[in-house]
Design a protein around this ligand. Structure first.
Ligand code: PGA
Length: 258
């Protein structure tokens, strides 16, 4: 498996967030196999899938010797012990997981805080797993308060990470109003946010770090908008929800960035 943490920034990353889908192991298994097969010749981009925890072991076997990487949708910040229902970075690492989606808005809506996100990110980094930290505003207001909201999410993370650590994280900008709604952000929105996040990172750290952190976009990415969002949005990949559950659509999005 490619060491996800050493990925070349010149190549885009497309991550499929399966959320709580599909309904059976058989369907999950077919989906992984199809993606592995169709992604065989792809040398132009990194591809990762994030199935539910209970399919990770099966997916891990199916992606062996392939170009598909494995991501988890969550993690607990402790290593091992009496934490009912939780899964640790140590355990995910052992399964061959390379990335962990942290702080997705659907989890934040269930009470996950910036502090939880910080602890989870530190735990992922400890085991050399790449955290994909999700940030993004609920809605856009005319006064531009949403910029402050995004800035605060980044500042919170930066308050616990050294420059060397921050360099290793991936930031997924996922405006909540665009997730699962079909209301994709425009290319201009994405470009503006890329520049904004880089300016915050330059302020907090320096320009070199701002340029080395990978930014990806998520929120209703589909085959019809992937190419222009990639060309004009200025970010380095996508976090894809519903379109990652249909192998054909997911592969079209991969092609659009490759
Ligand atoms: P969507 O989900 O592509 O279905 O909007 C994206 C996400 O939640 O990561």
């Amino acid at each position: 498996m490619i060491q996800s943490i050493n990925m070349k920034k010149t190549m885009s990353l497309v991550v499929g967030n399966w959320k709580m889908n599909p309904a059976t192991m058989d369907e999950a298994s077919v989906l992984v196999s199809t993606i592995v097969k169709k992604n065989k010749e792809n040398k132009e981009s990194y591809v990762a899938i994030a199935p539910p925890f209970l399919y990770l072991s099966e997916a891990s076997k199916k992606i062996k010797n392939s170009k598909v990487l494995l991501a988890a949708q969550n993690v607990y910040h402790k290593n091992i012990g009496a934490y009912t229902g939780e899964v640790s970075a140590l355990q995910l690492k052992d399964l061959g997981v390379g990335f962990i989606i942290i702080g997705h808005s659907e989890r934040r809506a269930n009470g996950e805080t910036n502090e939880d996100v910080n602890l989870k990110t530190q735990s992922a980094l400890k085991y050399r797993l790449s955290p994909i930290v999700c940030i993004g505003e609920k809605e856009r207001d005319e006064n531009g308060y949403f910029f402050t909201f995004v800035e605060n999410q980044i500042r919170s993370l930066a308050s616990v990470l050294s420059p060397e650590e921050f360099k290793k994280i991936i930031i997924a900008y996922e405006p909540i109003w665009a997730i699962g709604t079909g209301n994709t952000a425009t290319e201009e929105d994405v470009k503006e946010m890329q520049l904004f996040i880089e300016s915050i990172l330059t302020k907090l750290y320096d320009r070199q770090i701002a340029k080395s952190v990978r930014l990806i976009y998520g929120g209703s990415v589909k085959p019809s908008n992937a190419f222009s969002l990639h060309q004009e949005g200025g970010m380095n990949g996508f976090l894809v929800g519903s379109s990652s559950l249909k192998a054909e659509e997911f592969l079209e999005i991969i092609k659009a960035v490759s």
